[in-house]
Design a protein around this ligand. Structure first.
Ligand SMILES: [Fe+2]
Ligand SMILES: [Fe+2]
Length: 199
């Protein structure tokens, strides 16, 4: 069986090593597939391709600034974060048009990507599922492992930091999945046994 969106995975490959996109994006894509199984009203083609491309802009922004300005206080308003959204939307338009995707789909995917981190509200159900899949991927073991490095926290500290974000998901489906993943990750990483170990 061939991989869904194999042509797009191949086209996005040059942008996949930046900021661990090649771990984050497949995880988020899997989360989107799980959410879509509960949301037949959404357009799976839009949601999955938007998730696949949403962070490719990280590959073409100032790589030092990603780590200098992209985490910690002010991270959501940093220039580099806004640049990754804008560049991601531009690249998504290019890649999808080159692959001959429908112009309406191209525009909807680009609109979702532009502002995907900094826009607090969702544009549509499709956008809600993209945002939820992006967030949900942070609760997995791999997501926590990356977050610990980026924020300088232990798994215990980082999962404590994530816990209030469970209810920040747009859909109940994602909130339930986040709660389940968080419990699984904390058990698997034995955060209670390691409590008190400094970062
Ligand atoms: Fe992003
Ligand atoms: Fe993301």
């Amino acid at each position: 069986m061939s991989e869904r969106h194999a042509d797009l995975w191949a086209a996005a490959r040059p942008y996949m090593r930046a900021r661990k996109n090649d771990v984050h994006i497949p995880l988020a894509y899997g989360c989107a597939e799980e959410l879509l199984a509960h949301h037949p009203e959404a357009d799976a083609e839009v949601v999955l391709q938007a998730v696949l491309l949403h962070d490719i802009g990280w590959a073409v922004v100032d790589q030092q600034a990603i780590y200098r300005d992209g985490f910690g206080p002010g991270m959501w308003e940093s220039d580099v974060r806004i640049a990754h959204e804008r560049e991601g939307a531009r690249l998504a338009r290019e890649l999808l048009a080159t692959l001959g995707r429908d112009p309406d789909l191209v525009e909807e995917v680009a609109a979702i990507i532009d502002g995907h981190d900094t826009r607090r509200h969702a544009l549509s159900r499709n956008d809600e599922l993209v945002k939820d899949a992006d967030r949900l991927s942070r609760f997995s073991i791999a997501g926590v492992s990356m977050g610990c490095d980026w924020f300088g926290m232990t798994p215990g500290e980082y999962t404590d930091h994530l816990a209030p974000q469970v209810d920040a998901h747009f859909t109940d489906t994602a909130a339930r999945a986040a709660r389940r993943e968080l419990a699984h990750t904390r058990r698997a990483l034995r955060v209670e046994a390691l409590a008190g170990v400094p970062a």
